[in-house]
Design a protein around this ligand. Structure first.
Ligand code: SF4
Ligand code: SF4
Length: 357
């Protein structure tokens, strides 16, 4: 890859303008909170603020896997192919964090596994990823406990590292190199002082993470720890805070459960829609059955749904895909009305084994 460049803060707007995609989304600072927003809906100053904040509260998942998506049309009338519509739309994501890049790696492993999920595949192919280092961590972030760093290491096209009065811009792919090359008028050479500021900022965020997470102990062999802990009293305590709102799975960049339903959009014309589901909802996994009969439900108990979320991310995903289903972004802990923090639950799993194993 080419040498890193320097993008001055007052060139950020021009950089966003040079992204030749139909839709652009970026981190933007709104009333003190960073959020993913359409670039058209916010000012460039808000994006500059968002790129220097802790990771956004929501994730970019809704761009690649929309909360509600038309996947088929059938019956009479006009038949536009929804997959072709998805394939025709190009997207830029500006502000994907280190944890976000690892979430992309996870979604790629699950969705692009043969046979690939067609809608995800076409969107992924048409997405340019502009990532950014975390100049600070959110209080619930714990990427470090899972072996991650607060800066992107893979799957980005261009990475921006916030430094004084601008960003160090580094290409991570051929697409990214071409983007920097084509728009070289926007950049100057990154100086040794810029690179030193980048190194220091990375070190400071790593230290912030180390300090805020020092009380937590994570199980390395969760597969062995979980079965031994399922009767632990801490599960009952944590469960008592859960109101099954599904907030944790909605904000999670790696949760992808969905349901399909069909509807009639006009007389004789039908559509099939895919919508987000949550393993925490009471109706999740309930199967059809005869009228009046109790419907089969493999996870009827709330506790089994609750424990399943942890087992899926820290056990089954390793077995099935060879990667963890959690990237330590801490969004679930920040969102949960019951203040259920995954770091605390996992640390209790470990303690249970040490005390009773
Ligand atoms: S966000 Fe909290 S309360 Fe809501 S479903 Fe998740 S764990 Fe339960
Ligand atoms: S489970 Fe929580 S911490 Fe892990 S990736 Fe999902 S939202 Fe982030």
């Amino acid at each position: 890859m080419a040498e890193p460049k320097f993008l001055a803060e007052n060139m950020l707007g021009s950089f966003l303008a040079c992204l030749e995609t139909a839709r652009k989304f970026a981190n933007a600072l709104i009333d003190g909170t960073a959020l993913w927003k359409s670039v058209d809906d916010v000012a460039v100053e808000q994006i500059a603020g968002g790129l220097r904040s802790a990771r956004p509260l929501n994730s970019f998942k809704s761009v690649l896997l929309p909360a509600r998506e038309l996947v088929a049309r059938y019956g009479e009338g006009e038949q536009k192919d929804p997959l072709q519509e998805a394939a025709d739309s190009t997207v830029a994501l500006v502000g994907v964090r280190g944890c976000g890049c690892r979430a992309l790696a996870y979604l790629d492993a699950v969705m692009l596994n043969e046979p690939p999920e067609s809608f995800y595949r076409v969107r992924r192919e048409n997405t340019i990823v502009i990532s950014v280092d975390c100049a600070e961590a959110a209080p619930t972030c714990f990427c470090d406990l899972l072996g991650g760093n607060a800066y992107p290491e893979e799957l980005f096209d261009v990475n921006l590292s916030p430094v004084e009065s601008g960003y160090v811009a580094a290409a991570g792919s051929k697409k990214g190199s071409e983007l920097l090359e084509k728009n070289q008028r926007l950049f100057s050479e990154a100086t040794p002082a810029h690179l030193e500021q980048m190194r220091q900022m990375r070190q400071e965020t790593a230290e912030q993470l180390r300090q805020q997470n020092r009380e937590y102990t994570f199980p390395e062999d969760f597969q062995e720890d979980l079965p031994q802990s399922v009767e632990g009293m801490f599960w009952r305590y944590e469960l008592s805070g859960c109101v099954q709102c599904g907030g944790c799975t909605a904000v999670c960049p790696t949760c992808y459960c969905f349901l399909l339903y069909d509807g009639e959009r006009a007389p004789g014309a039908y559509e099939r829609v895919r919508a987000w589901d949550s393993c925490q909802f009471s109706g999740y996994a309930v199967m059809a059955g005869p009228p009046g009969a109790t419907k089969p439900d493999p996870r009827r108990e709330h506790m089994s749904k609750f424990q399943h979320r942890f087992a899926h991310k820290f056990w089954y995903d390793l077995v099935n895909w060879g990667v963890l289903g959690c990237v330590g972004c801490g969004r679930c802990g920040q969102t949960c009305p019951g203040a259920i923090d995954l770091r605390r639950v996992l640390s209790e799993v470990k303690k249970e084994r040490v005390e009773h194993g």
